[in-house]
Design a protein around this ligand. Structure first.
Ligand code: SF4
Ligand code: SF4
Length: 223
């Protein structure tokens, strides 16, 4: 465990693998990790595997949700969507994971992800690999990736920047502490906070805990 550890990582999106950088959206860029640094370490990770972009078959329900806005961005930038997303019931295990990520916002999460409802997630192969994962990493340009992918292995807990406990993650192993991991990736606490706020908005939560909750949010779900 590193200082400020956010706990066990959520299934898949257990990390953000290497990617080919293409056109960058100026609005998104401030929260991103500089391409060469990320490319280097996440490429190596994707080469050895398993990476954060894989889950154990049978645990698909634990995959993070993809909001309508994130789905649109992928479709617009990559020009495909067929088979890339899978509707998934809002199961108890899924909700439990969400509550772990946002421990003081259970009520809002129940409204956003009601019992009988469904959300979208990324599709995976029978082996549990994200359909966008290639041997050299994610095939999506960074600005098109879901926010959770772009944040990993970082998270915000109790207002502090933390890191998930992800034993196989090279960033984790080499950076050792949250500060070391941020330095390794050329990122910063400010960048993590900004991306975390964007993810919250996309998933239907206010940008910061304690701010007014607005629902329904057009960014929430695809189903
Ligand atoms: S180094 Fe970590 S963040 Fe990068 S691909 Fe591997 S598990 Fe994911
Ligand atoms: S979209 Fe890319 S970064 Fe996200 S889980 Fe899939 S392969 Fe990994």
């Amino acid at each position: 465990m590193v200082a400020g550890d956010a706990g066990t990582s959520w299934a898949m999106a257990l990390a953000v693998p290497a990617r080919r950088e293409v056109a960058v959206n100026a609005m998104d860029r401030p929260g991103d990790i500089p391409a060469p640094l990320e490319l280097d370490i996440c490429s190596r990770c994707a080469g050895c595997g398993p990476t954060c972009c894989e889950l154990s078959p049978g645990q698909e329900e634990l995959c993070f949700p993809v909001s309508e806005m994130e789905r649109h961005r992928i479709v617009e930038q990559v020009g495909l969507s067929r088979g890339a997303f899978t509707p998934e019931p809002n199961s108890r295990a899924f909700l439990a994971n969400l509550r772990h990520l946002f421990p003081r916002e259970g009520q809002a999460l129940e409204l956003l992800f009601p019992d009988a409802g469904r959300h979208l997630r990324l599709s995976v192969t029978p082996a549990g690999r994200c359909v966008f994962l290639r041997a050299t990493g994610c095939r999506l340009p960074r600005p098109a990736r879901p926010y959770y992918c772009r944040l990993f292995p970082f998270w915000l807990a109790g207002g502090r920047v933390t890191a998930f406990a992800a034993a196989g993650c090279l960033v984790h192993r080499q950076g050792r502490t949250v500060a070391g991991m941020l330095t390794l990736l050329g990122s910063s606490e400010a960048r993590v906070r900004e991306l975390h706020g964007r993810l919250r908005l996309a998933w239907g939560l206010p940008p910061r805990e304690g701010m007014p909750f607005v629902t329904p949010s057009p960014a929430r779900f695809g189903t």
